[in-house]
Design a protein around this ligand. Structure first.
Ligand code: FAD
Length: 538
């Protein structure tokens, strides 16, 4: 195969599935990972510059819908997995498919550039203190869309003599023993960190500019994500496409209703409301944080505006705290573009009907391919908000990319991709900025993205549901038709539909049946039997 020598950066779920898919399709692949193990941010690291899930973090989707497509998550794991369990699962996945032989651990990509005749890539890889340059035909950048800490700067920050750290560097609450701590940002990360601070710190405040949707993992004794089926997903995409305002309204009202029902009345003093729109902001995992607001031990404050002295902090409503020892910034992450900075193109949206004041956006077709180098580079660090569940998204994306590079799936011409990017950026600006001024700019139009993804990947899932081929499948295998459309949305479905196709996995049917059976036997649980969180006060 021509141009078959591919480098992959990062051994998280995206990089692992990319390695597997490309190797199966005949590419020669080398994966560079700066950590010493697989698992991405689920592999705990002490390095304060690496994003890491904390031991207290729990997955926000259940194990039934988030695994790899041909490697079921074993029943020994809890419904909502912990980081070390995900890491172990990925380790087992890598061993099972013999992926480790193509991975170079402890190897950091510092710089990627085109070679002199513009036919391939030169990668500077640092390992054991030495940097060497390696040449590749193609590169898949899977180094994480949450690899860089978003660190705001505040007026008067230089006056402050306490500690200011970003959540990326937060590991041990003991450093905050007996301190007064302000946590900035009301996010899932704050939802993880605040409860670890409470037992050791003297006083903890949470400062936030806007509300947030509190998310509870179980509803009526059943994991929330089990309510999402392939058919409902398609219906929601249809509504989003043809009736965007109505669909946003329905989604927001439903979420507001469910959040209030899950946590009881929300005190205005917590300032969780007004909720941001779920269509541009994900809900927060606050199950451990909510009881702290409810019993008054955690105080909600307006957005932090400036520092005015060695320990003095001022907030948007004029509140001043004069005894602050530390500020923990839970202000989010973005992709680290520094390694690709010299050649990745960025731009501001042009011609949008709203004033866009956000950052420049990377110019990527489908949030994946730089139009100029679509045949030799892909960046999985821009995510696709509202994507398929968990790791199966990485799986399906890897198949689509491999098909493109094998020449099985054709991409549009470059100028068409550029036009799509212009229009996409306008859409993001209008969708986000009309609703909120801080939202995930990695969104894609799901009806368009999912259609392309599944067609390009050859899963056959784009034909399920109401389409003609879906009815043929209904005729052929009614039980599976029902389970794949209206049952659990398992990753294995992506390997079943087009029996006999390249990606079909013989174990898919049994895995789908088994997962549906387990779920039916396990749920709904009685309120007292729900294992996580330990107890929710309502
Ligand atoms: C705290 C937290 C909780 C989350 N919870 C969930 C959840 O519950 N469910 C869910 O689906 N998603 C969750 N996510 C999203 C998470 O990003 C994905 O689950 C997933 O880890 C993304 O996979 P990835 O392979 O794209 O990136 P990552 O997991 O970030 O992996 C990227 C890898 O690239 C390596 N790398 C980075 N730069 C370089 C370099 N220059 N050279 C070499 N290697 C490099 C990193 O060391 C890392 O191993 C969470 C994210 C965070 C931060």
């Amino acid at each position: 195969m021509d141009r078959s020598n591919v480098a992959i950066i990062g051994a998280g779920p995206s990089g692992l599935t990319m390695l597997k898919a490309l190797r199966e399709d005949g590419f020669t692949v080398t994966l560079f990972e700066r950590r010493h193990n697989v698992g991405g941010l689920w592999a705990y690291s002490d390095n304060p510059t690496y994003t890491t899930a904390l031991p207290v973090t729990r997955a926000n989707i259940s194990r039934f819908t988030c695994g790899f497509s041909d490697f079921p998550i074993p029943d020994k794991y809890p419904t909502y997995m912990q980081p070390h369990e995900f890491q172990e699962y990925m380790e087992d996945y890598a061993k099972h498919f013999d992926l480790l032989r193509d991975i170079v651990f402890g190897a950091t990509l510092t710089h990627a550039r085109r070679n002199d005749d513009d036919t391939g890539w030169l990668l500077d890889i640092e390992k054991d203190g030495k940097t060497e340059t390696a040449a590749f035909d193609r590169v898949a950048f899977c180094h994480g869309y949450q690899s860089k800490a978003d660190v705001p700067t505040f007026e008067g920050q230089e006056l402050f003599e306490g500690t200011i750290i970003h959540s990326q560097a937060y590991r041990d609450p003991e450093q905050f023993k007996d301190k007064n701590v302000v946590v900035v940002g009301l996010s899932s990360t704050a939802g993880d960190i605040v409860p670890t601070l409470m037992p050791v710190a003297s006083k903890v405040y949470i400062s936030h500019r806007r509300g947030a949707i509190p998310f509870r993992r179980y509803r009526n004794g059943t994991p929330n994500d089990l309510g999402i089926t392939w058919r409902r997903r398609q219906l929601s995409q249809f509504l989003q496409r043809h009736f965007p305002t109505l669909s946003r309204r329905i989604a927001d009202l439903t979420v507001a209703f469910l959040s209030r029902r899950a946590f009881g009345p929300l005190d205005p003093a917590w300032r969780l409301e007004p909720f941001p729109s779920i269509t541009v902001n994900l809900p927060g995992s606050f199950e451990l944080l909510m009881p702290l607001l409810q019993d008054g031990s955690l105080t909600s404050l307006h957005g932090l505006t400036r520092f005015t002295g060695p320990r003095t902090v001022e907030f948007a409503d004029g509140t001043v705290l004069g005894d602050v020892d530390a500020v923990v910034l839970c202000t989010g992450y973005s992709a680290d573009w520094s390694v690709v900075a010299p050649w990745i193109e960025t731009s501001l949206p042009q011609g949008a009907s709203v004033e866009y004041t956000g950052p420049e956006m990377q110019r990527l077709w489908m949030n994946l391919f730089p139009a100029r180098y679509a045949d030799s580079a892909v960046l999985l660090c821009y995510s696709a908000f509202g994507k398929n569940n968990g790791f199966s998204f990485a799986d399906v994306t890897a198949w689509a990319i491999s098909n493109v590079w094998r020449g099985v799936e054709k991409l549009p011409a470059r100028d068409e991709m550029e036009r799509w990017i212009d229009e996409h950026q306008r859409w993001v600006a209008e969708k986000c900025w009309a609703v909120d001024d801080k939202c995930d700019i990695s969104m894609v139009r799901q009806w368009e993205f999912q259609g392309w993804l599944h067609r390009a990947a050859g899963t056959g899932m784009d034909n399920l549901g109401w389409g003609w081929k879906g009815w043929v499948f209904w005729w052929r295998d009614r039980k599976m038709y029902g389970l794949m459309n209206d049952g659990l949305e398992t990753a294995h479905a992506f390997r079943y539909f087009e029996t006999g196709r390249r990606r079909t996995w013989d174990g898919a049917r049994d895995a789908i049946l088994h997962a549906n059976e387990v779920v039916q036997n396990m749920f709904p649980m009685k309120e007292d039997d729900i294992p996580w969180p330990p107890k929710v006060k309502v």
